[in-house]
Each structure stands twice: as structure tokens, then as C-alpha cells.
Design a protein around this ligand. Structure first.
Ligand code: FES
Length: 260
């Protein structure tokens, strides 16, 4: 989910360009692609532009990236409008994506939305009046085991309820950096009751010995010695060419001429 509709001209900046640090990063990214395939850097460069521009992508930034990659601007517009991680209109400093798909909904995503609305004044699809928070409803973000959850900018906050969501918003409003991940101290997506499998160190399995191997190890001298390998026979010499071979008709070869 994103702020997908392009912002009106009144808020579109006239120009955009990478700052020196991002320009250097952009060149590094472009350099990863083979000659003639630089347009493959479009996605990471649009992402870089969005991060530089307060988490939204103005038209000027798409034009700038297209120009940098020597592709028509429409190619950048197509990609930016297809992928939902690109915001085409201004968003708040804290971009909150609330998952309301079935597992999160069953675990209380309505309470999460209500807590955000109560704290920020912004409902789904809205930005708070102070411009700090933008809230959107999204489909599954892949953290269902720790439902309900939200993504705020790049981070996930999980195992939320009304109170914990309120505390999270309060901390962000104060400029704090709340702990990411589970808000109830769960490790990863471990079961709520704690680990249920792999509770002991793994056992080392020693392969069984065959009786012959065990006997050989017990009395190494008694072990039957391996038979020496037979020497390979010398390769047979090629037969001397027969006289018959010297004469095509199979008759006797002519006697050598007496040079004396
Ligand atoms: S349903 Fe919410 S993360 Fe999957």
C-alpha cells in the first residue's frame, strides 16, 4: 500500500538531484550491472531517491533517475506506479502500515487502528495534522505468527494490542527509538509458551561397526592382509610386419639387390 496517486503540481518540486553521497552510491549501484544493462538499476535508484526525498517520490525525481539511466521517463513512471513501496505523494515522518489481513484482524488489528487514531488523529489513509504520522491499511506483511503487527518506515512492531500500540506511538512522537520486533519480548516468532522443540542438544549418532571391522580394530595384526595386486603384463610388442604384408600379392618379397 502506498500513497499511490501522484501529488498535485502545487506540491511537486521543480527539480531533483541526488546529493553527493547518494550520487556516489547511485554510481556504485549502476556499476554492478553489465554494460548496456544499466536500466536494471531503476528500482534501487528510485528507492534511493525516495529515501532522500522524505519518503515520497516526486515526478522530478523519477525524471532525474530516468535521465541518469538514459531511459525514457515513462519507464520510471511505470515502475514507480506498479510497486507499492513507492509513495507518489507526501507522507508523514512515520509511515505506519497496519496489517488488517485475517490473522492480524482476528488477533486485534482493529484495536491497533483505533489506538493509532486516538493518539495521532489519523485514520487509515490519512496524515496527522502535525504531519508526523501517515496511516495506511495493508495486506499481510508476512509476520502473521506475531499478529497483530504494523510496519513503521523500515521496521516491524509485533504482538501489539491497544495499549502497546499507544505506547509505541507516544515513544515515536517523543523522538525515541522504540524496540523493534515483538513488543512482549518474544524471541523471533517463538511460541508464546516458549520453545516446544529442540529442547536438548542434538545427540551424536555413531555409525554401527560391522563385525569384521570391529575384529580388525581389536587385533590389527590378525587382520587378513590384502592380496598384492598382480603386476600388469607388459604390453605385447606389435608383430613385425610379415613379408606377406610387404608384398601386396602375398608372394615372396624380392631379394635385396647386391650393391657390390
Ligand atoms: S496477516 Fe498480518 S502479517 Fe500476515
Amino acid at each position: 500500500m502506498s500513497f499511490g496517486a501522484p501529488a498535485p503540481d502545487s506540491v511537486q518540486p521543480a527539480t531533483f538531484q541526488f546529493n553527493p553521497e547518494n550520487l556516489s552510491r547511485a554510481k556504485e549501484i549502476i556499476g554492478k550491472y553489465p554494460e548496456g544493462r544499466q536500466q536494471s538499476a531503476l528500482l534501487p535508484l528510485l528507492d534511493l531517491a525516495q529515501r532522500q526525498h522524505d519518503n515520497w517520490l516526486p515526478r522530478a525525481a523519477m525524471d532525474y533517475v530516468a535521465d541518469l539511466l538514459e531511459i525514457p521517463p515513462i519507464r520510471a513512471y511505470e515502475v514507480a506506479s506498479f510497486y507499492t513501496m513507492f509513495n507518489k505523494a507526501p507522507v508523514g515522518r512515520h509511515f505506519i502500515q497496519v496489517c488488517t489481513t485475517t490473522p492480524c484482524w482476528l488477533c486485534g488489528s482493529n484495536d491497533v487502528l483505533k489506538a493509532i487514531k486516538d493518539k495521532t488523529g489519523a485514520g487509515a489513509g490519512e496524515t496527522s495534522t502535525d504531519g508526523a504520522f501517515t496511516v495506511v491499511e495493508v495486506e499481510c506483511l508476512g509476520a502473521c505468527v506475531n499478529a497483530p503487527m504494523v510496519q513503521i518506515n523500515d521496521d516491524y512492531y509485533e504482538d501489539l494490542d491497544y495499549q502497546r500500540t499507544g505506547e509505541l506511538i507516544d515513544a515515536l512522537a517523543k523522538g525515541e527509538a522504540p524496540k523493534i520486533g515483538s513488543q512482549i519480548g518474544r524471541k523471533g516468532s517463538q511460541a508464546l509458551s516458549g520453545p516446544t522443540t529442540l529442547l536438548e542438544p542434538p545427540k551424536v549418532v555413531v555409525p554401527k561397526k560391522t563385525p569384521a571391522k570391529a575384529k580388525a580394530e581389536a587385533a590389527p595384526d590378525a587382520a587378513p592382509k590384502a592380496k598384492p595386486k598382480p603386476k600388469p603384463k607388459a604390453a605385447a610388442k606389435p608383430k613385425a610386419e610379415t613379408k606377406a604384408a610387404d608384398t601386396d600379392d602375398g608372394g615372396e618379397a624380392p631379394a635385396a639387390k647386391d650393391e657390390g
